[in-house]
Design a protein. Structure first.
Length: 186
């Protein structure tokens, strides 16, 4: 039983979202090559839930979204909130903002096209934006060498609070008449 419980904990921990009872049952049957009933899995889950109810643990097993997931206990939410605040303070560099703007307004776009607009190598910046999941590889261009095409990601939309690219400000909205050089003739 101990090995089954540890495998269950590992499956729940490794799952990015809540994991359904049927998925857990299937995985355990595949691992142990024996029939394990849903009732047995529920019993093991109850044991895990009791184990993590102890005050020595900061996490608990919660049934959520028709599945099971490890979550932080409510009394530690302030600590998690501080982590989120600290992470949200990590700002994008000027180069990253410029590159991201180019990708957003010209997508899908190749790295070479971004570099031609910016006038500098963008390898590092593109890589960082991919790591932050603000841009994604959206395909390959039909040009020579089939270079990768980059587009904004759903996280980009969340990050900037927009639902689609058409909600980005248009250039005419950003131009200030006081920013012009020379005399304007009508």
């Amino acid at each position: 039983m101990e090995n089954i419980v540890q495998n269950l904990e590992a499956l729940i921990f490794a799952s990015e979202q809540s994991i359904r009872l049927e998925e857990l049952q299937y995985c355990l049957q595949s691992i142990f090559h024996e029939d394990i009933s849903a009732e047995q899995v529920i019993k093991y889950l109850d044991d895990i839930k009791s184990k993590y109810a102890d005050e020595q643990f900061a996490i608990e097993l919660v049934r959520t979204g028709n599945g099971y997931q490890f979550l932080t206990k409510k009394k530690y939410h302030e600590a998690i909130n501080q982590l989120q605040l600290q992470r949200s303070k990590k700002k994008l560099s000027q180069a990253a903002i410029e590159t991201l703007a180019i990708v957003a307004y010209r997508q899908p776009i190749t790295k070479l096209e971004v570099e031609q607009i910016r006038g500098v190598n963008c390898d590092y910046t593109i890589q960082k934006l991919l790591e932050k999941e603000l841009i994604v590889i959206s395909g390959k261009a039909d040009s020579v060498g089939k270079p990768l095409l980059y587009s904004t990601s759903p996280l980009f939309m969340d990050y900037f609070g927009i639902n689609n690219i058409s909600e980005l400000p248009q250039l005419k909205d950003l131009v200030n008449e006081n920013d012009s050089i020379g005399e304007q003739k009508d």
